[in-house]
Every structure is written in structure tokens, then in C-alpha cells.
Write a protein that binds this ligand. Structure first.
Ligand SMILES: [Zn+2]
Length: 284
């Protein structure tokens, strides 16, 4: 439960809106008053019924426990992570993207869809996610709503070229050093994967701000996002590991299994990989 320790911190260090790597000041986007609510009436099909169609010929459940090595079997790690096939492949949902591991300039996902949840901004590009991440987002927002929590999606997919514009804007407004802390360089933004979505709520005026982490919505996300395959990517107090400030709004899709494992560890994705013995580079 170390993950929950992050909830306890109440730093109000940044009273300003943090214009982070996820920032939303895309030139062609519109201000907050353009909240657009999309209908959310589709039925959620959450019944992942385990269809037992009899294909499973093994009858282990029925008392076939004579061999002791069964225990060993259940201890095997279920999730495999391969450097080449997972972390370095831009199309993998496990891809690692940060200041050490940049995406190619010409990479764009080929399965982007427009998200089916309420969004804050109308820019068509950033309302997209890869299909698998979009479906998970729909499920997550619906589950949140059942708990009385209303979430909004703000900024999802961002092309390499959009990130070029964002970063350059940030540099000219705040200088390069600040830009490096709050904004991703082109190729180094998870938003280019189509697997990251910034979420927000009415309670923080639909902004991306650290205060979101203290809201009911932010708390709900922290406690539940992993059930839908998302992790909070930039944890509080982990700036040196992730290279970014705490961003309670930036969710990264990793798939349900891996997200649950990472969330349970209470670690950043980078630390989690290191702890699993995967030799990734970390900024020093
Ligand atoms: Zn973001």
C-alpha cells in the first residue's frame, strides 16, 4: 500500500497552473469554456464472462494436486517485459518514452480513434488515443460516473510536430531550462504514443494542475485507474527519476496487468523496470 502514501502529500508548492509536458496550450485549441459533453449512453459491456466452453481439458481444479511443483508454477511472473519487443517498440503498449528514450520523429500510431468521453478541448488531434487506450478510458470514465465522479479528458495524442510547436512556445515564454522541466522535447512526450491522456475535472476548472491530485476526482483516479490499465505516470517526489514534476492528471495506458503491477509497486515505471532487473538508462 505504499502507493497510497502519495495521496497524503499536500504540497501546495505550485499555486500556478503547471504547464507541463502534458500541457494544453496548443496554439489551435480553445479555452475552457468550450467544454463539450458527449453523450455517454452507450451500454458498458463489462461482463467479461469467463466462458467455459469445455476446451480446457485439464481438470486441475478437481483434485489433481499431487505434484508439489504446482506451487512453483503459480509464482512465475505473469508479465514479461522485453527491452527490444516492448520498451523500444513504439507500437508496444509497454513502450518506454522519456528523456532517455525518444520516439522516432516519423512515428505515429496507426490505430488512433477519437475518444468517446467528454473532452475539454476541441482540437481534433488531441482528442485521439489508440483504440485500446480509448476503450479503456471509456470504461474508466463510466465506472467513475457510477461512483459520482465526473472526469474530463483534456489532452491525448499529440504528433511530433505539435510537440515541436509546444516546446518552442514554452522555450520562448519561459526559457529552455523551465521548458525542460515542464514540457517534453519532441519525441520525448508520451502523448506521441497515443497511450497517454491528461484528465481533469470541473473542480479544478478543467485545468491541468497539481491541485487535481487532492480533489475527489484525482483521488478516484489514483485509486482506480490501474483497474483500467492506466497509471499515474509522474509521481510526486520522483522528479529525478521521471524528469518531470508531479502530474496527477497524466495517465499512461500500460494494459491492465502491467498497470496493476506498477501501481501496486508504488514505483514510477522507470523504477519498476529497474527493480525487475531491466537495465534501462536513467538520467543522473
Ligand atoms: Zn500529459
Amino acid at each position: 500500500m505504499t502507493y497510497k502514501q502519495f495521496r497524503l502529500s499536500t504540497s501546495i508548492l505550485m499555486s500556478l497552473l503547471i504547464l507541463s509536458g502534458c500541457t494544453d496550450n496548443d496554439p489551435e485549441t480553445e479555452p475552457e469554456d468550450t467544454v463539450e459533453e458527449m453523450p455517454q449512453e452507450e451500454t458498458q459491456d463489462n461482463d467479461e464472462a469467463d466462458i467455459d466452453d469445455g476446451e480446457n481439458n485439464e481438470t486441475e481444479e478437481e483434485g489433481n494436486h499431487s505434484e508439489e511443483d504446482e506451487e512453483v508454477k503459480s509464482d512465475e511472473p505473469a508479465i514479461t517485459i522485453d527491452m527490444e519487443e516492448d520498451l523500444l517498440d513504439p507500437d508496444s503498449i509497454k513502450v518506454l518514452v522519456n528523456k532517455q528514450y525518444a520516439l522516432p520523429e516519423d512515428y505515429a500510431p496507426d490505430d488512433l480513434v477519437t475518444v468517446e468521453v467528454p473532452t475539454v478541448l476541441e482540437n481534433p488531434e488531441i482528442r485521439q488515443l489508440r483504440e485500446v487506450a480509448s476503450e479503456a478510458l471509456t470504461d474508466m470514465f463510466a465506472a467513475a460516473e457510477e461512483d459520482g465522479i465526473i472526469l474530463y479528458a483534456r489532452s491525448g495524442y499529440r504528433s511530433y510536430q505539435t510537440q515541436v510547436e509546444l516546446f518552442n512556445n514554452y522555450v520562448s515564454n519561459h526559457g529552455e531550462e523551465a521548458a525542460n522541466r515542464y514540457s517534453a522535447r519532441p519525441g520525448e512526450s508520451e502523448h506521441q504514443t497515443g497511450l497517454a491522456m491528461d484528465v481533469t475535472s470541473e473542480s479544478v476548472n478543467y485545468q491541468l494542475t497539481e491541485a487535481f491530485g487532492e480533489t475527489a476526482e484525482g483521488q478516484w483516479v489514483e485509486e482506480n485507474a490501474h483497474d483500467f490499465g492506466y497509471i499515474i505516470r509522474y509521481l510526486e517526489g520522483e522528479e529525478e527519476v521521471t524528469g518531470y514534476q508531479y502530474e496527477p492528471w497524466h495517465l499512461r495506458y500500460l494494459g491492465e496487468e502491467l498497470a496493476a503491477d506498477v501501481a501496486e509497486s508504488g514505483l514510477t515505471y522507470e523504477e519498476y523496470l529497474l527493480e525487475r532487473g531491466i537495465d534501462i538508462e536513467i538520467d543522473e
